[in-house]
Design a protein around this ligand. Sequence first.
Ligand SMILES: *[C@@H]1O[C@H](CO)[C@@H](O)[C@H](O)[C@H]1NC(C)=O
Ligand SMILES: *[C@@H]1O[C@H](CO)[C@@H](O)[C@H](O)[C@H]1NC(C)=O
Ligand SMILES: *[C@@H]1O[C@H](CO)[C@@H](O)[C@H](O)[C@H]1NC(C)=O
Ligand SMILES: *[C@@H]1O[C@H](CO)[C@@H](O)[C@H](O)[C@H]1NC(C)=O
Length: 252
Amino acid sequence: MVSHFLSLQFLLLLIILQCTTITTTVAQSLAPAPGPPGPTNITKILEKAGQFTTLIRLFEITKVGDQINTQLNNSKQGMTVFAPPDNAFSSLSAGTLNSLSDQQKDELVQFHVIPTFISMSQFQTLSNPLRTQAGDSTAYKFPLDITTSGNQVNLTTGVVSATVANAIYSDGSLAVYQVDKVLLPMSLFGPPAPAAAPAPESGNDKKKDKDDDSQSPSDDSASANSSDAVDLRRDLHGLMGGAIAFIAMFYL
Ligand SMILES: *[C@@H]1O[C@H](CO)[C@@H](O)[C@H](O)[C@H]1NC(C)=O
Ligand SMILES: *[C@@H]1O[C@H](CO)[C@@H](O)[C@H](O)[C@H]1NC(C)=O
Ligand SMILES: *[C@@H]1O[C@H](CO)[C@@H](O)[C@H](O)[C@H]1NC(C)=O
Ligand SMILES: *[C@@H]1O[C@H](CO)[C@@H](O)[C@H](O)[C@H]1NC(C)=O
């Protein structure tokens, strides 16, 4: 009798198991097939992965998230996003993000986006520097170099070296990889380029100097003062030159 009861229980268990298998299969077949249907939404992908609230916020305030979604819809190249999680942002020195202007935030975020789809195996075959959405990949601007060793993929910006942890998402068109550090570009966080810059001189240079000063708040007050002093000296020179020419006219 006991053994009969046990086998009944076993039978019930089997039936229950069978039912759950059936329901999950049905649920799976009812779920939307992965891929084309509906536009890809990077915010949704990151929300689902969790731990990306800072990146999601940056995607929102810079509108780069929308831009990725439309670009994905309109290009066949696909896209790749390097996604630093919240702890990567919080390990930056305090105030790093707040010190950036809107444009600099935009550049920082674009630096994490590659305008082509890169699968895990393609990392081995890429040539450096990688071109990001931030643009100019020359030294001191937005270079991003990839080094690989086996399955390990590192990204070097010239300021930090980050490791690609794992793919959060990949559908053949968009790839999202978690990286352990925020990719800080040279242009914003590196040393200034050596002063070989052939500054395009044009017309009213004094006004231009002033504009340049107000554009770069990182310039310390000492240099602002000294450039003002230079301006003053230039003015005095001009004044004296004028006076000498004026006096000379009377002696000729
Ligand atoms: C993308 O997903 C987010 C969060 O789920 C949502 O707020 C937003 O409206 C979505 N955007 C589009 C274009 O569907
Ligand atoms: C995606 O592209 C199609 C056709 O190119 C267009 O009709 C649609 O509005 C686009 N969707 C989004 C979200 O941009
Ligand atoms: C990647 O970076 C880690 C940690 O900085 C380092 O140990 C490793 O050797 C690097 N690997 C490659 C392929 O550069
Ligand atoms: C010049 O330097 C002084 C003291 O270093 C500072 O108080 C002042 O604001 C500076 N002026 C400008 C124009 O930066």
